[in-house]
Structures are given as C-alpha cells and as structure tokens.
Design a protein around this ligand. Structure first.
Ligand SMILES: Nc1nc2c(ncn2[C@@H]2O[C@H](COP(=O)(O)OP(=O)(O)OP(=O)(O)O)[C@@H](O)[C@H]2O)c(=O)[nH]1
Length: 205
C-alpha cells in the first residue's frame, strides 16, 4: 500500500487545522488546540488504489521538538500552503513558503513537482474583509507553478474534500512517493526519520 505524506503549511491562524479537520470529519469546529504539531492518518481509496495518507499539521507556537520548515518540506510528497484572504501578511508568508518549496525541490523533475504544491486562500466567507484579491493569489500560483484554490473551511465541505483528494492523487503519482515504492527497504528508515523529525504525536481520525 502507498504512503502519501502531505504537509499543510502557512502562517498562524490561517485555518490549517480547520481545513484538515473539515476534510477528515466533514465538520467545522470553531477552535483547535495548536500547542503541538501532529500527524493525522487516514486510509483512503483513490482511483481504486488503497493509500495511507499522513497529513502534517504544524504548530505555529514554539513547542518542544518542533520541526523546521526545511525538515517539513523534505518529509512531504505534497504541500497545501494556506493563507487567509483577510490577512495580507499571511499571504506574504505563504508566498515565501511556496518559493522555499520550489528552491528545495529544484532537483525534482518538473512534471513531478508542478502538481504537488497547492496555494489555498482560506476564509473565503470573510470576503467583506478581503485584503488579498483572488487575482493576486492566482498570479503567485501561476508564477510558482502551483494550483490555486479559494476556499472556506467554515462553509465548504465538498470543495475542501475535492482539493485534498486531488492533492493525494497528484502526490501519489509524484516523484518522492514513486521513489519510495521502488525502494521498499527504505520504508523502515523513513518511518524512523518521521519520528525523529516530528516526535511521537500521531492521530488517527
Ligand atoms: N471565518 C472563518 N474562520 C475560519 C476559517 N477557517 C478557520 N477559521 C478560524 O480561524 C481561527 C484559526 O483556525 P485554525 O484552524 O486553528 O488555524 P491554524 O492555521 O491551524 O492555526 P495555528 O495552528 O495556530 O497556526 C479559528 O478561530 C477558526 O475558527 C474559515 O474558513 N472562515
């Protein structure tokens, strides 16, 4: 069975946990504990293939054993980079993360890397407080060869699920996941690495 690792990255309070929880439980829960990073696990079937999804939700606060952004980028097969459309500074942070992913993944074949970075403008329901135009998001996404979405974890259930499902599909076809499939003996050391990088905290939904 394939293991697919997706990191949900972005500035503080942009709705990373809300999007993940919406995808995993179909619910929107107003507040989420954010004092530690965690990996959620889900078994899913995509195009008739069984996949083990690991979704990484970082902790924005300083916390013990916290992984660095570089480590998170090296760990993941795919990235959902989130900003809040009502907070320009979160857009600048998301743009910087997208650029860093591109820099660190320079060696990855273009066809593999194009489809595994999604830029997501969350909190679309707050469009009356909008600080980032849709076109600006689209422009950064197209300049950085990312797919672009505007969503609301609060109001969109189906759309959030579609976005994550597409990410999982793309990541499962992409470079790193394929490489792991070819080298099954590497999976043990990879598991060790994950524990080293992220500590022991894992959740299943
Ligand atoms: N209006 C609105 N609020 C949202 C939405 N998504 C999340 N929120 C709210 O934004 C706040 C932060 O959401 P979180 O999911 O904790 O954000 P996060 O990025 O995981 O936060 P940190 O882990 O602290 O960085 C919470 O009060 C959520 O209820 C959304 O789509 N619309």
């Amino acid at each position: 069975m394939n293991d697919i690792k997706v990191a949900v990255l972005g500035g503080e309070g942009v709705g990373k946990s809300a999007l993940i929880v919406r995808f995993l439980t179909r619910r929107f829960i107003g507040e989420y504990a954010s004092s530690s990073e965690c990996i959620y696990r889900k078994r899913m079937s995509v195009d008739g293939r069984q996949l083990n999804l690991e979704l990484y939700d970082p902790c924005s606060q300083p916390c013990e054993g916290k992984s660095t952004l570089n480590e998170q980028i090296h760990w993941a097969d795919g990235f959902v980079v989130v900003y809040d459309i009502s907070d320009r500074s979160s857009f600048l942070a998301a743009t910087a993360i997208v650029h860093l992913i591109r820099e660190l993944n320079l060696g990855v074949a273009k066809r593999d890397s194009d489809s595994v970075v999604f830029l997501v403008g969350n909190k679309q329901d707050l469009c009356h407080m909008r600080e980032v135009d849709r076109e600006e998001g689209q422009r950064v996404a197209s300049d950085s060869r990312c797919q672009f979405y505007e969503l609301s974890a609060a109001e969109h259930c189906q759309e959030v699920a579609l976005m994550f499902t597409k990410m999982v599909r793309n990541a499962s076809l992409g470079g790193k996941a394929k490489e792991r499939r070819r080298r099954p003996s590497g999976s043990k050391s990879m598991a060790k690495l994950i524990n080293n990088v992220f500590g022991k905290r894992r959740k299943s939904v």
